[in-house]
Write a protein that binds this ligand. Structure first.
Ligand code: PGA
Length: 255
């Protein structure tokens, strides 16, 4: 599997000019990079304005395709703009916008129906980790997000699971590759329990949380994961390009 490196710009940059500058510097920097899939997830408003050359994803989506839902953006709208991916269930959406597991499940199903590749974020809080409840939290989030998603749908969905320990996001305290590996193995076991080994092995599991150029490669080589979800560092083009380059030629050794 080609490593997947996803930039989550969150609510940045604050101007279209800034967004275009960032996009174009990343595009220039990764122009000759082969065998790494780079996906940029900017705020919605910039999606149709950034030009081509790199795959695009959204940071959120609604679960209906159209209708009386003031302020929402639908899966078909994103697909129509050429989006390939959509981040669903990021911990900031869960925390600040009250997204509960059932909402995330609806969004996953809607994204799959529209032909978008969902990037499902799961991760434990510091408290869950301290109490030894990481597995419980991850399983709950995974199982509820995939409720009523059949094996045949999942197989064609291009689903990506992003393991993002909440305590590691934006904290400058990344998860160790060993711990990330443990979470990856656990998530794949859960997927195998739900869908069988064959299907589970085709799903990419990526890591997110204080990723930098320094630690990027370790999540792929040591933790045996298939890519990265990068927040803060994706706003610094030089650093992000280094992260992408760190993934060149790396394949996970776990499957
Ligand atoms: P971070 O964010 O890289 O700034 O920790 C990751 C994320 O929230 O996806």
């Amino acid at each position: 599997m080609k490593p997947l490196i996803v930039a989550n710009w969150k609510m940045n940059p604050t101007t279209l000019k800034g967004a275009k500058l960032l996009f174009n510097s990343i595009k220039r920097g990764v122009k000759n990079v082969k065998n790494v899939k780079v996906v940029i997830c900017p705020p919605f408003v910039y999606l149709p304005l950034l030009g081509g050359g790199l795959a695009l994803g959204a940071q959120n989506v609604f679960w209906e395709n159209k209708g009386v839902f003031t302020g929402e953006i639908s899966p078909t709208m994103l697909k129509d703009l050429g989006c390939q991916y959509v981040i669903i269930g990021h911990s900031e959406r869960r925390r600040y916008f009250g997204e509960i597991d059932e909402v995330i499940n609806k969004k996953i199903k809607a994204a799959i129906s529209a032909g978008l590749n969902p990037i499902l974020c799961v991760g434990e809080t510091a408290e869950e980790r301290e109490k030894g409840n990481t597995g419980k939290a991850l399983k709950r989030q995974l199982v509820s997000a995939l409720k009523n998603v059949s094996s045949s749908r999942l197989r064609v969905s291009g689903l990506v699971i992003a393991y993002e320990p909440i305590w590691a996001i934006g904290s400058g305290k990344p998860c160790s590759p060993d711990e990330a590996m443990g979470a990856g193995i656990f998530l794949r076991k859960c997927l195998a329990g739900l869908y069988g080994r064959g299907v589970s092995e085709k799903i990419s599991i990526i890591y997110g949380g204080s990723v930098s150029a320094k630690n990027a490669a370790s999540y792929i080589t040591q933790a045996c994961l298939q890519g990265l979800l990068v927040g803060g560092a994706s706003l610094e083009p030089k650093e992000f390009v280094k992260i992408v380059k760190a993934a060149v030629g790396l394949v996970d050794g776990c499957s």
